[in-house]
Ligand binder design. Structure first.
Ligand SMILES: Nc1ncnc2c1ncn2[C@@H]1O[C@H](COP(=O)(O)OS(=O)(=O)O)[C@@H](OP(=O)(O)O)[C@H]1O
Length: 369
């Protein structure tokens, strides 16, 4: 029954004897194209056609918000932990000034395969990690997750396959990357990354720990305006000037202590320390070092940057195929509250021995003292 119906359809489709040979040929040709297109769509290949940027962005955002590597419904979105949503919202706002977030998101890609990251930006929080990742994403051989996966600190129990599924697809020769600044201070992270791959390259963006602490405080203050003053939180005892190392804004800046944990598993050669200060004053120079470390051709150069006077930070010149230059969002490079100079001096004294140790461990003087 099915076959006789089909035969009838084909007979009537090709029964156009009254047409001239030329017209017949063009009708046959058109039908071949239509059938081929139908065949490809049924096999799912139509998905790889480029979509409008806004469509990709919304798809990208829902993937990020859920962080589960799968397409998800609005209901699942509502069920998702509120703090996660707010973290991701901030991460998205970091990218808000980008028109297409980066060239490797603006092309729908169903080719290649999802691999574990060969390189991870592991820290430090407020060091300039977002800037580094966005600058790297201009490189055609780098593909990175836009959000922070937090696999090696928060979601390790979800398993490695869950993690790999979050990664973008890469082609031969492309590097998969992600950034989660809290890995640097997570005790279990070095062992966990090592058990994924001992060859993972680790990048740490470090910044003067005093400025970093103020930046960290500024971020918390923006979310909780009733927060006590910086000095109230920084000192255990204001009279003696004893620093409260249990305050995370202070603790994160003791870089030497955290680095020790990583050096138990990885040789120093597997780590690259990027100066957060130089990333602002000489982004191209710092990007040169990063590309060398990753074994990439130096594609990202000074041609890609301009200094935006209003923002006070380097931004990306308009990338190819985009109409606007790109700066990071409002939560990056925001003004800091005024902290009394004696408080900052005391904090600087506190960090000095740790900084010296860090310079010795890395063989690099970052000039914070
Ligand atoms: N090009 C450019 N544009 C804007 N901001 C820049 C840039 N390069 C470095 N920075 C500095 O990055 C600081 C934020 O660091 P992170 O991205 O690591 O923050 S986070 O841990 O992901 O929240 C951010 O800290 P704040 O100045 O305190 O906002 C910036 O100083």
């Amino acid at each position: 029954m099915k076959y006789s119906g089909m035969a009838c359809f084909l007979r009537s489709a090709f029964n156009f004897g009254h047409l001239k040979v030329q017209s017949k040929l063009s009708v046959i040709f058109t039908m071949i194209i239509l059938f081929t297109y139908l065949f490809y769509c049924l096999n799912g290949y139509c998905d790889s056609l480029p979509r409008p940027v806004y469509d990709q962005q919304s798809q990208f955002q829902s993937k990020i918000i859920l962080n589960d590597g799968h397409e998800a419904s609005a209901q699942q979105l509502g069920e998702y932990n509120a703090s996660q949503v707010s973290i991701v919202r901030e991460q998205l706002s970091d990218l808000s000034n980008s028109d297409a977030p980066s060239n490797n998101i603006s092309i729908a890609n169903n080719f290649g395969s999802k691999k574990f990251p060969q390189a991870i930006i592991i820290g430090v929080k407020k060091g300039g990690t977002r800037a580094l990742l966005e600058f790297l994403r201009i490189h055609p051989d780098v593909r990175a997750v836009g959000s922070e996966p937090h696999f090696f600190d928060r979601f390790y129990d979800k398993g490695l396959e869950w993690y790999r599924n979050l990664m973008p697809r890469t082609l031969e020769g492309q590097i998969t990357m992600e950034k989660t600044p809290s890995y640097f201070i997570t005790k279990e992270a070095p062992r966990r990354v090592f058990s994924m791959s001992r060859h993972t390259k680790l990048i740490v963006v470090v910044r003067d720990p005093v400025t970093r602490a103020v930046s960290d405080y500024t971020q918390t203050l923006s979310k909780s305006p009733g927060l006590p003053s910086f000095q109230n939180l920084a000192f255990r005892n204001a009279t003696t000037g004893l620093i409260d190392t249990s305050w995370s804004a202070v603790r994160i800046g003791i870089y030497a202590k955290h680095l020790e944990n990583w050096l138990r598993f990885f040789p120093l050669s597997r780590l690259l320390f990027v100066s957060g200060e130089r990333l602002v004053t000489d982004p191209a120079g710092e990007m040169g070092r990063v590309q060398d470390f990753l074994g990439l051709k130096r594609v990202v150069t000074d041609k890609h940057f301009y200094f935006n006077q209003t923002k006070g930070f380097p931004c990306l010149k308009k990338p190819e195929g985009s109409s606007r230059p790109r700066c990071l969002g409002k939560s990056k490079g925001r003004p800091h509250p005024q902290i009394p100079s004696e408080v900052l001096l005391r904090l600087r004294d506190f960090y000095r021995p740790f900084n010296l140790k860090f310079y010795q461990m890395t063989g690099h003087n970052f000039g914070w003292d």
